[in-house]
Design a protein around this ligand. Structure first.
Ligand code: GLU
Length: 305
């Protein structure tokens, strides 16, 4: 790499629960361009913790769609469904630090508590089960979910897209679940371990996950991983301002592949988000030469296909 800097490592971590829609494609593209513009590596990982909703068939289609787009990965790491033994080790580390406790709250209890709710609909866990006695725990007669205690500390990051962002874990999040009662690990723990072990230095993903970054930064510290740079990219919206979603079937990769060439789609996306000045067909490699975070629009991006 130039300037003696080490090459960045980016990643794309899709949930193989259906065909990619344009929001996913956009996240994949920006993450790929950002590292490829600087000679870095790109890691692919299937986030299939939810085995009910995800499948290897969907993962195969996803890989085929990425290759069609020209977004080649340098390495695919094990899917999350195969890594419980690895997550166990990190979970044990939290236990050794005395940071875990079992939580027996039911879903309805959690949603009815008079705790402040965050803008994304999540609630601040008030610590109900933090100090249960052994007798109280035994009285539940069932396995608990496991929560990690959070410090009264504000985590701040300088996001490549959203600028500075801070969150106090006690006031704005509360102790959070890392393993469900059925033994399945939760996204926050799995993503931190996977990104950390893969040596990821740059996490680019949708803005809806910005509020998760402080929880992941806290776990990174506990597990001894460096913090990556974060880039939480804006949502794509239709010309009328409506948020695009999975329900827009005409914008899933199946429909798009049947009606345009990859260069056309990439050129339109790059134009919509401000990377190029006029809409023209360009390959992913060609776009890498144009990429800079400064050019990227920071608020909602109107899709111009
Ligand atoms: N698996 C998540 C998704 O499909 C992305 C998680 C992440 O990038 O951290 O939206």
């Amino acid at each position: 790499m130039t300037n003696g800097m080490t090459a960045p490592v980016g990643r794309f971590a899709p949930t193989p629960s259906g065909r990619m829609h344009l929001g996913n494609v956009f996240a994949a593209l920006i993450s790929w361009l950002s590292v490829k513009a600087r000679g870095g590596a790109w890691v692919l990982r299937m986030e299939d913790l939810d085995t009910q909703r995800t499948s290897e068939e969907f993962a195969q289609v996803l890989r085929s769609d990425l290759l069609w787009l020209g977004l080649e990965w340098d390495l695919e790491t094990d899917p999350q469904s195969k890594r419980s033994a690895v997550y166990d080790r990190y979970f044990d580390r939290l236990a050794d630090l005395g940071l875990l406790y079992g939580c027996y709250c039911t879903r309805s209890q959690l949603h009815s508590v008079n705790a402040p709710h965050l803008s994304d609909g999540t609630y601040v866990y008030p610590g109900t089960c933090r100090d249960l006695t052994e007798a109280e725990k035994a009285a539940f007669g069932r396995a608990p979910a496991w929560r990690v205690k959070v410090p009264d500390r504000t985590y701040s990051l300088n996001d490549l897209c959203q600028g500075s962002f801070s969150q106090n874990l006690t006031a704005e999040c509360g102790d959070f679940v890392v393993r469900r009662a059925d033994g399945v690990y939760v996204y926050q723990l799995a993503v931190t371990v996977d990104d950390g072990e893969a040596g990821v230095t740059e996490v680019v993903r949708g803005m809806d996950l910005l509020g998760s970054a402080p929880r992941q930064m806290y776990l990174q510290e506990l597990f001894g991983f460096d913090h990556p740079r974060y880039g939480h990219i804006p949502l794509l919206v239709a010309a009328d301002g409506r948020r695009l979603s999975k329900r827009d079937r005409d914008l899933d990769m199946g429909a798009l592949r049947s009606r345009m060439k990859p260069e056309q789609l990439l050129g339109s996306l790059a134009f919509s988000c401000g990377l190029i000045e006029k809409s023209e067909p360009l390959s992913a490699r060609e776009l890498a030469a144009e990429f800079s975070w400064d050019k990227l629009k920071k608020t909602e991006i109107v899709l111009r296909l």
